[in-house]
Write a protein that binds this ligand. Structure first.
Ligand SMILES: Nc1nc2c(c(=O)[nH]1)N[C@H]1C(S)=C(S)[C@@H](COP(=O)(O)OP(=O)(O)OC[C@H]3O[C@@H](n4cnc5c(=O)[nH]c(N)nc54)[C@H](O)[C@@H]3O)O[C@H]1N2
Ligand SMILES: Nc1nc2c(c(=O)[nH]1)N[C@H]1C(S)=C(S)[C@@H](COP(=O)(O)OP(=O)(O)OC[C@H]3O[C@@H](n4cnc5c(=O)[nH]c(N)nc54)[C@H](O)[C@@H]3O)O[C@H]1N2
Ligand code: SF4
Ligand SMILES: [Mo]
Length: 858
């Protein structure tokens, strides 16, 4: 089997992958991002490349169509809207999951040929505050850090980053570095305790949005402790006195962090030269996100701890090509290639290079405003590419209604059924990971190739080609006559050369003669170059700018909703949701709640909670845990209307944005929470796919088919009929068993002696082993065995999945621990758990700690 060198399509770590058409997936030992490591999601890539659920032909109003018909329709609708209502009446909403080539072409069509800047992307929900903070401080959007800084640092501060789950390979690099150099210190700043906190020497459980007060306090401490680098700041930094004076007005005790912990943090930061501050969505996704970024950058600038080995601020990017999108200028307030939309010389140079009939002259609509304009009827034609805004934007129900209000909506996606596709007039099938060619840039500015190792399925086409095909039909054929992604990349590099008279950080000259086919992962401007080492920044006077930032007054609603990610799922689950290995780690939409709050609400283990806001409602499974602070809730963003009836968390979030960056505050919003008492609760394992339909329902892929967690408000009169309805199985033999003592009802449906569906329902949440029932689907187990809901004696029940890579369950691990495997390493040797990506290691450690205690109820 020949393996193709490519790059993982998930997070911004940008790991090198060796992939084969038979689904073989290995970490690329030579890729400088991961040196052979992969996380659970990367390792499971082979399970997500099948064609199940793929969109394989263009669809118009749900019916299959030829490309020509679909492309003609898209081009004519966009052209007509522009002719009638002007260029600003149309919009693109793109994604950091597009390849650089796709992104470049989409940006060029909108800004240079349609002549509007109405192209924004999901990076607005992700990196916009970092971009804005960088620009204010450095004069450019530059990420100065490189990954080896993490290994060289003596102190790593993680702010609003759950690196263990969201950038697992970087996390593993830190774990390895800390093992090699135990003196290295890690501090984690997060309102909840996460898997990342488990590595930290100190976890600062900060009040939501307390970050500015915290870093202003640090700046004040640095000034008072004589830790300002006077020589560096005099030569290279403006605005310090004002920034410090403003910082002094903040009260760090507003952070909710104890005086002792504050002192430890401040002293350690002040006394450690080599400090890297990693930050992510706990910083960016806030009403004060840009100010938070600058509060962090201020401390690094004041101490000159930037751009040198082992030190600096480090905004780790979320999506595989978040950086590439920023480079090509794919946001509504950027031009192209780090050129300024507001600069007439820049605009003219780009227009001359593109030989384009138009060039946008003012910033376009940012994501939240863009969908607001859709709601108001201002957008007549919308094209959504490689993103799922009906799920991922705040006020997702409002956004879905806004999309439905647009007269003509096009999507390009790889999957057929998504919440956004359900609202589109035309769906265009794109080639996905493994089928397409192009480049991506990771968090450390390293450009790597994605390479195809599979044929394009059905009628699917690469995104750059789809956009070019439409551009051609809109009359711009000459400027979009690309034959290959290499043509696009070459033009992108040439635009950089053609505009080199405008000094800026982006410099692609190293790629001028690149061998695209064999391109090795390379950083711009050069490998291992750290920006700002020489104290040169990109404001007109060459200096950096410290920004005075004021801590906001903190809201104190009864409940504040925090949102984010799970270890084994990717965003709206269109791909990771296909992997049975990734499903079981956390198989339903849940909400973390503090034990005291749970007690106040009368919530016990397994209960459902109804969360409400001004914008909507969600029903989520209670996960009672002291990891979350009292008064706060945390729910993952992943579940959609395809997989749940009421688990879409952005139904709750508010479209409130940071005034500088336009990034929505997805991490904190006032909500009301109450226990949701259903009349009955159920669990269903089935051989076939199901549709969520009860008031609470969450479906997930399993090793033997599908599972559903359900709950209803009306007792069914006939449980067999209910089981048939939920499983979609109207035929086959049904066996029913009801236990009046416990109220537990069990139904088994079999076909020709093979178990096809197992259903368990009870007046209270059903406590039973899910894996055991799932394992019985597709077997010829006697109905009575199947109905027992327990694994047969010869097949021990593995318990809930802990290690996603090797599918090792909790019971298997506890069993190994009882037989003497008492360390994470020993557990790994006994069961393989944790030996691939290692992101379950914190859970293994927790399980070992817990194994010494009496076992919990489940
Ligand atoms: N498994 C997995 N990995 C992913 C993704 C995925 O979907 N799944 N998505 C990728 C993408 S696009 C992104 S952007 C990244 C995101 O990566 P992260 O930003 O690390 O992930 P999140 O879970 O969104 O949020 C991080 C933490 O911010 C904390 N937080 C909330 N409010 C505050 C606050 O006010 N202050 C501070 N200091 N912290 C706060 C939350 O409690 C949470 O633990 O992950 C990438 N990697
Ligand atoms: N509450 C809350 N909401 C959030 C966040 C949060 O922390 N909390 N985080 C935000 C952040 S940081 C992000 S990045 C967004 C992510 O949110 P989205 O971008 O909406 O989520 P994805 O599921 O990644 O959507 C990608 C879509 O592209 C499709 N796709 C995959 N590959 C290709 C391809 O090659 N071509 C095309 N055309 N399509 C493809 C997938 O099937 C999927 O439908 O969510 C944001 N929303
Ligand atoms: S850390 Fe995991 S998800 Fe991120 S690029 Fe590497 S393998 Fe992919
Ligand atoms: Mo993101």
């Amino acid at each position: 089997m020949t393996l193709t060198k490519t790059t993982c399509p998930y997070c911004g770590v940008g790991c090198g992958v060796l992939a084969g058409a038979d689904g073989t997936i290995k970490g690329d030992p030579n890729h400088p991002a991961n040196f052979g490591r992969l996380c659970s999601k990367g390792s499971a890539l082979g399970e997500t490349i099948d064609l199940d659920g793929r969109l394989l032909e263009p669809k118009i109003e749900g019916r299959a169509a030829e490309w020509d018909e679909a492309l003609d329709l898209v081009a004519s609708k966009f052209s007509a809207a522009i002719a009638e209502h002007g260029p600003d009446s149309v919009a693109f909403y793109a994604s950091g999951q597009l390849l650089t080539e796709d992104y470049y072409v989409a940006n060029k069509l909108m800004k240079g040929f349609i002549g509007s800047a109405n192209i924004d992307t999901n990076s607005r929900l992700c990196m916009a505050s970092s971009v804005a903070g960088h620009k204010r401080a450095f004069g450019t959007d530059t990420v100065p850090g490189v990954y080896t800084d993490l290994e060289e640092a003596d102190l790593i501060v993680l702010v609003g980053s759950n690196l263990a789950w969201c950038h697992p390979v970087l996390y593993q690099r830190i774990v390895a570095a800390k093992e090699a150099r135990p003196a290295m210190r890690v501090i984690n700043i997060d309102p909840r305790r996460t898997a990342t906190s488990d590595l930290a020497d100190l976890h600062l459980q900060i009040a939501p949005d307390g970050d500015i007060a915290l870093f202003n306090g640090l700046l004040t401490h640095l000034a008072d402790a004589g830790k300002i680098d006077d020589q560096y700041t005099t030569q290279h930094v403006n605005g310090m006195a004002e920034a410090i004076a403003t910082a002094r007005q903040s009260d760090p005790t507003d952070t909710g962090i104890s005086a002792q912990d504050l002192a430890t943090f401040y002293d350690l930061w002040a006394s450690t030269e080599k400090v890297v501050t990693i930050y992510s969505q706990g910083v960016n996704q806030s009403e004060t996100g840009t100010d938070k970024v600058n509060a962090i950058l201020n401390c690094h600038l004041a101490t000159g701890r930037i751009g040198k080995p082992g030190m600096g601020p480090f905004s780790v990017t979320g999506q595989p090509n978040a950086m590439g999108g920023r480079e090509v200028g794919g946001l509504a307030n950027m031009l192209a290639n780090h050129l300024e939309l507001g600069n007439a010389d820049h605009r003219q140079a780009v227009q001359a290079f593109w030989k384009s009939p138009a060039i946008c002259t003012q910033a376009g609509l940012k994501a939240v405003d863009l969908f607001d304009a859709c709601a108001k009827g201002q957008i007549k034609a919308l094209w959504v590419m490689s993103t799922n805004p009906a799920v991922s934007l705040p006020d997702a129900d409002g956004v879905a209604a806004a999309i439905a209000n647009v007269p003509f909506v096009v999507t390009s996606d790889i999957m057929e059924k998504t919440d956004t596709n359900d609202l589109a007039h035309v769906c265009l099938p794109a080639t996905g990971w493994g089928e397409k060619n192009g480049t991506v840039t990771n968090s450390e500015r390293r450009i790597s190739r994605q390479r195809a190792f599979l044929p394009a399925p059905g009628q699917a086409r690469p995104d750059w080609q789809i956009v070019s095909d439409v551009a051609t039909r809109m009359g711009f054929g000459k400027a979009f006559a690309y034959r290959t992604p290499q043509d696009v990349f070459a033009e992108y590099v040439a635009l950089d050369a053609a505009t080199s008279q405008f000094p800026r950080d982006l410099d692609l000259s190293i790629f001028a003669d690149a061998d695209y086919a064999n391109l090795i992962p390379t950083q711009w401007p050069r490998n291992d170059q750290r920006f700002f080492a020489d104290g040169k920044f990109y404001h007109p006077d060459g200096k950096a700018q410290m920004i005075p930032v004021t801590a906001p007054a903190l809201a104190k609603p009864r409940f504040q909703l925090n949102t984010g990610r799970n270890r084994d799922q990717w965003h709206t689950m269109t791909r990771t949701g296909k992997s049975a290995r990734l499903g079981p780690h956390l198989a339903e939409p849940y909400v973390e709640i503090h034990p005291q709050d749970a007690a106040d609400l009368g919530v016990t283990v397994g209960d459902l909670i109804r969360v409400e806001s001004t914008y909507g409602t969600a029903i989520l499974r209670a996960l009672v845990t002291p990891r979350i602070a009292a008064g706060q809730l945390f729910a993952p963003m992943h579940w959609t209307r395809q997989l749940t009836t009421s688990g879409t968390v952005n139904s709750l979030t508010a479209p409130v944005t940071d005034p500088v960056s336009g990034q929505p505050a997805l991490k904190s919003g006032a909500v009301v929470a109450n226990v949701y008492k259903a009349k009955w609760y159920g669990f269903l394992a089935s051989a076939d796919a199901m549709t969520p339909q009860t008031p609470y329902a969450a479906i997930a892929k399993t090793q033997t088919g599908w599972q559903a967690e359900v709950a209803g408000r009306k007792l069914p009169s006939d449980w067999v009929a209910e089981a048939r309805l939920l499983s979609g199985r109207s035929t086959g033999d049904a066996a029913l068993h009801s236990d009046p003592a416990t109220g537990l009802t069990r139904v088994a449906i079999s076909q020709d002696g093979i178990t096809k569906a197992l259903f368990f329902a009870a007046p209270q949440p059903v406590i039973m082993s899910r894996p055991a029932s799932i394992a019985l689907i597709g077997t010829d187990a006697a109905p009575l065995t199947a109905l027992a809901g327990r694994a047969p004696a010869d097949q021990p029940d593995p318990g809930a999945t802990v290690c996603g890579c090797f599918n090792v369950g909790r019971n298997t691990l506890l069993n190994a621990a009882s037989k003497g495997a008492r360390s994470v390493t020993a557990l790994g040797e006994a069961t393989c758990a944790g030996t691939n990506c290692g992101s379950c290691k914190p859970e293994l450690a927790a399980l070992l700690a817990e194994a010494a205690l009496p076992m919990a109820a489940e």
